[in-house]
Write a protein that binds this ligand. Structure first.
Ligand code: UT7
Length: 343
């Protein structure tokens, strides 16, 4: 059985930097930099311009990852695309990305399979577990795993939506999960979910149990009320469960691998809220220098936070062969996951 390892990482964020103060001046939201920084650690986020979709953001991230892995698009055997903000209801963003990467072009034409993962903030880790198992099965050698989000289009950028709108940003991260005979790679993973809280962080733009699935006005045009159009979050409940589940997932992984915090070189926690991560880190006794973070610059990019961090860490020379890294995420569903990787 081959091992599965991350052979390349890449990321891409839009140019437009939206500071906390910009939320006030540009969008007229009743908030302050102090409130957002104190509660979340977020100072700015990026917003994609109109006309740029989720698969578009993913393309440069994947190209960087392919380059770092030293392979070309012709070597891609599978695409796994994790997002909660897909380009369209269907089909998934994976096939759009496949076409944009040229995998359907004459001469390349490998028509790699495309799978979309719908596990929100844990999407990247659900995708990593899937990619790892696929590579270990021997059926595919190189998988492009993407986490990408265009949140800005679906945020309620008004005072009414400030509790959610001030948290999220756009961005894309990608890794290549490859087969190797070397003694390295993704050692173990843990995934979990608690569907009792499915509604606690949700965006119910449509309801397929209703006839019609979107309310129609007198002209037969679909109309969605703001309560349904935009994401709803029970913030405090999410915060409490995030802390508990992240600690639980990490403890399970440590136990499985007979590890302690001291054995780990770097931790990559999902970037939902710096305070959540500091709380978890303190609880586990992690020193600050072992905790990578970038939430201050990008906000919460949901499925993209972990692959963006991995790509930035690699770019900064902080990820070296032989290091042991641990990653963990929690989010809507509720869903959570963790993984241990020998880099
Ligand atoms: O990746 C997905 C997972 N998501 C998370 O992990 C998020 C978890 N939750 C949180 O991080 C926190 O709940 C928040 C940072 C989102 C909110 O902090 P909180 O201390 O739980 O605030 P709250 O939602 O209970 O709201 C407290 C007050 C409210 O005002 P009133 O009703 O007390 O007058 C809100 O309207 O703060 C108000 N508020 C704001 N004020 C200024 C909410 N958002 C803002 C804002 N600026 N951006």
């Amino acid at each position: 059985m081959p091992n599965a390892y991350i052979s390349g990482t890449g990321f891409h964020v839009p140019e437009d930097i939206v500071t906390n103060q910009d939320l006030v001046t540009r969008y007229g939201i009743d908030t302050t930099d102090e409130w957002i920084v104190k509660r979340t650690g977020i100072e700015a986020r990026r917003f994609a311009p109109e006309g740029v979709g989720t698969a578009d953001l993913a393309v440069p991230a994947v190209q960087m990852a392919l380059e770092r892995a030293g392979i070309s698009n012709a070597d891609i055997g599978m695409i796994i695309f994790a997002t909660l903000s897909p380009d369209h209801c269907f089909p998934g963003s994976g096939v759009y990305l496949q076409h944009k990467l040229g995998l359907t072009d004459e001469g390349v034409g490998n028509f790699a399979g495309c799978l979309d993962v719908r596990n929100q903030c844990s999407g990247f880790l659900y995708g990593l577990a899937t990619a790892t198992s696929m590579v270990q099965s021997g059926s595919v050698d190189n998988i492009v795993l993407v986490g990408a989000e265009v949140h800005s289009a679906a945020l309620d950028l008004s005072t009414r939506g400030r509790n959610v709108a001030s948290l999220f940003g756009d961005g894309a991260g990608a890794v290549i999960v490859s087969a190797t005979e070397e003694d390295r790679g993704i050692r173990s993973w843990h995934l979990g979910a608690d569907g009792r809280h499915a509604d606690a962080l949700s965006q119910k733009v449509f309801d397929i149990s209703k006839r019609p699935f979107i309310p129609l006005n007198e002209e037969g045009v679909g109309q969605v009320a703001p309560d349904y159009m935009f994401a709803h979050m029970a913030g405090r409940l999410v915060f409490k469960h995030a802390v508990e589940r992240m600690i639980g997932a990490l403890m399970k992984e440590f136990q499985k691998q007979s590890l302690t915090v001291d054995d780990v070189d770097l931790f990559f926690f999902h970037q939902a809220n710096l305070r959540i991560n500091q709380y978890v880190a303190k609880n586990l006794g992690l020193p600050d220098e072992k905790l990578f973070h970038n939430i201050e610059r990008y906000g919460n990019t949901t499925a993209a936070t972990i692959p963006i961090m991995l790509a930035e860490a690699q770019g900064q020379g902080r990820l070296e062969r032989g290091m042991k890294i641990v990653t963990v995420a929690f989010g809507s569903g509720f869903t959570w996951g963790a993984a241990i990787i020998d880099w």
